[in-house]
Ligand binder design. Structure first.
Ligand code: PGA
Length: 256
């Protein structure tokens, strides 16, 4: 097998120009395992600055820039929105789509998420598609149903053959920013469900698809999580704002 691992930093609405510069220079000192890519996703106003800081710090091509959201529209009268071409012009190659905060706070539906994934792929951006269940859904044993209902509209929209360019991030909502991580076994079981869900439609796509875990990943728990058979890295929130901790997490990832 030759599946790459990805560690993506989701800064959310945090960070500053000072963090952009210090993170780019700190990341230039990390040595990554083979077949690992690191993606840093700051807020829109810092994307161009991160691009600039990465070239200044001589960051290797294994480091990429990601956005946290995008518009499903190409251009026009959509005040406050950001298009794929704008993102690409400032050096973005990945984009987080359907993060649980967008789904719950900004009411993004799975069909809107599917449109955004389609727009990203059409422009040549790599979407990091987030899926995950709430605590209530986990307790009432709805996890698999919820994940299937979040994945299916995207598959229906783009077609399974294009899914090969999608990175999926499983983020149980109850584990995001709470310090409550899914146990490595629970995360693995859910990742396996997601991979098998895709494999039932196209085995080849399922084998190649990087599947990240997110939700309170830190320097202490990353190694055990990343060692699981179906966990190919992580989407890191809080811990990605601290360079020392984030560097440890990046070094722990290994391609499978
Ligand atoms: P967290 O966030 O690592 O702070 O839990 C992860 C995410 O929301 O992507």
């Amino acid at each position: 097998m030759n599946r790459r691992a990805i560690v993506a930093a989701n800064w959310k609405m945090n960070g500053s120009l000072a963090l952009v510069n210090s993170m780019a220079s700190e990341l230039s000192k990390v040595s990554l395992n083979e077949n690992v890519e690191v993606v840093v996703c700051p807020s829109f106003p810092y994307l161009a600055a991160f691009s600039f800081a990465s070239s200044k710090a001589n960051l290797a091509s294994t480091f990429s820039l990601g956005a946290q959201n995008l518009s499903e529209h190409a251009k026009g009268a959509f005040t406050g929105e950001v298009s794929t071409s704008m993102l690409q012009e400032v050096g973005v190659s990945y984009v987080i789509v359907g993060h649980s905060e967008r789904r719950s706070i900004y009411k993004e539906s799975s069909s809107l998420v599917a449109e955004k994934v389609q727009a990203a792929l059409a422009a040549g951006l790599k979407p990091i598609l987030c899926v995950g269940e709430s605590e209530e859904q986990r307790v009432s044993e709805q996890t698999e149903l919820v994940l299937a209902a979040q994945l299916q509209p995207v598959i229906d929209k783009i077609g399974i053959e294009k899914f090969v360019d999608v990175v999926v991030a499983y983020e149980p909502v109850w584990a995001i920013g709470t310090g409550k991580t899914a146990s490595p076994e629970m995360a693995q079981t859910t990742h396996q469900f997601i991979r098998e869900f895709i494999a039932k439609i196209d085995e080849n796509v399922a084998v190649k698809m990087p599947l990240l875990y997110g939700g309170s990943v830190n320097a202490t728990n990353c190694e055990e999580l990343f060692a699981q058979a179906d966990i190919d890295g992580g989407l890191i929130g809080g811990a990605s704002l601290k360079a020392e901790e984030f560097k440890i997490i990046c070094s722990a990832a290994k391609g499978k």
